[in-house]
Write a protein that binds this ligand. Sequence first.
Ligand code: ADP
Ligand code: MG
Ligand code: MG
Length: 256
Amino acid sequence: KLLMEVKDLTAVIAESGKKILNGVNLSIYEGEIHAIMGKNGSGKSTFAKVLVGHRDYEVTGGSVIFKGENLLEMEAEDRSLAGLFLSFQSPVEIPGVSNSDFLQMAYNARRRKLNLPELDPLQFYGYIMPKLEMVNIKADFLNRNVNEGFSGGEKKRNEILQLAVLGAELAILDEIDSGLDVDALRDVAKAVNALMTPTNSVLMITHYRRLLEFIKPTYIHIMDDGRITKTGYKFLTCREFLGVLELQVRLNMMRS
Ligand code: ADP
Ligand code: MG
Ligand code: MG
């Protein structure tokens, strides 16, 4: 089932009018993992931020249908409540607000939207403990202020914790791998893989092939100058690739 369909999306920087997205086309079905790669400045983060309704950008053309609704007409907050999640390349600090309060507030807002009863602090504690384990972070994390004094790796883990708590039909992960050592990368990838279900999808933006070894995308896209210029079918592992190559060689031998 189609989850999101982006057609000829164009967008400019609101302040300067500078054109950044030059007609992005992308269809994401339920259960798929898409990766977008491309050189720095090609518009990957802008695309992600336009999807969540960031006010630095203005959409000038095209359409985005998300779960059958016109995403571009929705307020940023409603997009999030509808099941769109963006992890930030540089997560913001929120001094004076503890991680647990922040997560509980955000999660209860999601539950209200779904007409579910809110969780009290004790119930929320029960809900979040397995999630902490999933991302491999310690419970004292919850008492610290949101991202305040966190290392780069802790911030990224915290983004994934937010995703695990809130849940999302489409999780957009913008350079979730940058600045992570291999252990943190493995934890983050493990959690993302564990969060996959047959009905949700992931769009990951990355510079590094390394991440693709831990999270296997269904499709890889290349973004260049504000549009997707190439799409590779299902990413093959090195061994699968060699298998295909061998098969082709054999077929050629049979033909000749
Ligand atoms: P990527 O994520 O692929 O590295 P970005 O989407 O961050 O690329 O940036 C694309 C281009 O748009 C860059 O030239 C960047 O400098 C510019 N840009 C993006 N956002 C802004 C902004 N808010 N203000 C000014 N320039 C921006
Ligand atoms: Mg960049
Ligand atoms: Mg970027």
